[in-house]
Design a protein around this ligand. Structure first.
Ligand SMILES: Cc1cc2nc3c(=O)[nH]c(=O)nc-3n(C[C@H](O)[C@H](O)[C@H](O)COP(=O)(O)OP(=O)(O)OC[C@H]3O[C@@H](n4cnc5c(N)ncnc54)[C@H](O)[C@@H]3O)c2cc1C
Length: 482
């Protein structure tokens, strides 16, 4: 069977794309296992939107400023101009953002936004609520536990994908393919991402010669509880600082002001670097919630309240030790502003896996859920306007061993290397060392899935080596510094 649409990924980008596909089209969504294990599910703070048409210009300005001059202005304008319509669409479909007693939408403020324009749901469970809602709405067939391991591409046409389900490998064909497989969190030792987010499709893109762009721009979230044993570390949303939480050291000093006059409300990369440097000087760093009363905290941040109470922290009375951790990648598979992969006719990339240039060198907080909505809708619109005439073609499944015995050991080495040498503060010599380590691992007898991770990591490292000057989230320090 040949599907009309095949979507790789069931996060916000994949699910919202599916909602915009006419119901007479055969649409299949593929996701890893379990279905909820995606970054969308874990998004806490909310979704940015222009509050009204008067706010569009300011939202654009804030986004461009955060992107440090490297945004694609057209993409940013599209993002903001379409924000009100996609939010209205969600509301019309019945999604409930948090409101006040009179039913007015509640907007909050996050770092580097000039005004309160972040909508949230379930307090701090915006992603979980959105994910559940979009899954309920979809009429497409959703298959979980199916891992895409290759794209079936010839010239500028994508014919389908090769997948693994359990021990089986098989091909699936479709007239239009959208990659919505999210970011790269599992490449780093400390990260906030869902465990399954492991840069598979960025790796396939690199191996198949599809263009990757802005891969050096990786964002580190400043306030993460990294002391749990799970792969995914617990994020403490930016909205906490927006609403009064402070960053202090073991002496109770709000040291961020030593690094930037905006203190807690400086952009994330500045706050991350300040915390990182302060830690390197031997300090311990905490997020302090004394500005909140318990009732408010419990209602506004119920997930954080529950999770941290379960971890043994009496929040908001007790402060929580924090550290920065990898969070989001601005770069990805290069697309135009319709989500179409550069150089391809019927292949789209949407959401975090894509690079339209909308984030430039640094993402403005809460613009990524919005990106997932706006650009996935546009990708579907483009595919409907420019209907692709598809001639079926069959591909043989390549013989390759997906996993080998020593992969786990090399995966850990990769994660450590990325964290230590391709992290918050980068040095030219360490980037080169990281490249050498990745190349050495690639020369070992390793499984194909690990090769995909290595290909993604190499794309990040090479882009970081090529960008000699600090900009946005990419921070290069001369030898001898911290
Ligand atoms: C803890 C946390 C908090 C965040 N908070 C916010 C926030 O408040 N506001 C905001 O705007 N952004 C936030 N972000 C970022 C935002 O959540 C993500 O950028 C966004 O959800 C990405 O959506 P997506 O649809 O592109 O990918 P995801 O939601 O990550 O979904 C990826 C999908 O691809 C599937 N997949 C991956 N690889 C394969 C494969 N090989 N084969 C088959 N399927 C595959 C996965 O199973 C999953 O279904 C947060 C991120 C994290 C981690």
């Amino acid at each position: 069977m040949i599907y009309d649409y095949l979507i790789v990924g069931a996060g916000i980008a994949g699910l919202y794309a599916a909602l915009n596909i006419p119901s007479n089209k055969k649409t299949l969504i593929l996701a890893k296992d379990p279905l909820w294990e995606c970054n969308t599910f874990y998004a806490q703070g909310g979704i940015a939107t222009a509050v009204d048409s008067d706010d569009v210009a300011l939202h654009i300005e804030d986004t461009l400023k955060a992107g440090a001059g490297l945004c694609n202005r057209e993409a940013v304008e599209i993002l903001s101009r379409n924000s009100i319509a996609v939010i209205e669409d969600l509301l019309a479909r019945g999604f409930e953002f948090d409101t006040d007693e009179k039913g007015n939408l509640l907007f909050t403020k996050e770092a580097a936004h000039s005004r309160a324009r972040i909508l949230h749901a379930g307090g701090d469970a915006t992603g979980r609520e959105l994910h559940r809602f979009l899954l309920q709405q979809t009429e497409a067939t959703v298959l979980e536990g199916v891992v895409v391991i290759d794209l079936l591409i010839e010239d500028d046409i994508a014919y389908g994908v090769c997948v693994r389900q359990g021990a089986r490998e098989f091909t699936i064909y479709a007239k239009n393919i959208s990659i919505a497989s999210g970011g790269i969190g599992s490449l780093y030792e400390y990260h906030t991402n869902a465990k399954m987010i492991s840069a598979d499709l960025q790796g396939i893109a690199a191996m198949r010669g599809l263009p990757l762009k802005d891969m050096e721009f990786t964002q580190f979230h400043p306030t993460v509880f990294v002391y749990n044993t799970r792969a995914r570390k617990y994020l403490l949303t930016e909205a906490l600082r927006g609403e009064g939480a402070t960053v202090v050291d073991e002496r109770g000093e709000r040291f961020l002001f030593e690094y930037d006059p905006r203190g807690e409300l400086a952009p994330r990369d500045i706050v991350s670097r300040a915390i990182y440097r302060h830690q390197k000087k031997g300090h311990k760093v905490y997020l302090n919630f004394s500005a909140f009363n318990e009732e408010f905290f419990k209602k506004r941040f119920p997930t954080i309240y529950r999770n941290f109470q379960n971890l043994g922290f009496n929040v908001p009375k007790e402060q929580v030790p924090i550290s920065p951790a990898f969070h989001f990648i601005m770069g990805g598979i290069a697309t135009d502003t319709w989500g179409r992969v550069e150089g391809m006719q019927n292949l789209y990339a949407i959401g975090e896996v894509a690079c339209t240039g909308v984030h430039g060198a640094n993402r403005l907080a809460s613009n990524s859920l919005l990106e997932g909505l706006v650009f996935s809708k546009r990708a579907v619109e483009d595919s409907l306007i420019n209907e692709f005439s598809y001639t079926p073609k069959e591909f043989a499944i390549e013989k390759r061993q997906l996993v080998k015995s020593e992969d786990a050991k090399f995966k850990s080495l990769l994660r450590k290397t990325m964290w230590e040498k391709v992290g918050i503060i980068r040095k030219p010599s360490e980037l080169q060392e990281a490249k050498d380590i990745v190349t050495q691992i690639a020369n070992k007898p390793i499984g194909y899935l690990l090769r995909l991770r290595l290909a993604s990591a190499l794309a990040i490292i090479e882009a970081a080596i090529a960008r000699k000057k600090s900009v946005g989230a990419h921070y290069i320090e001369e030898e001898g510094g911290v």
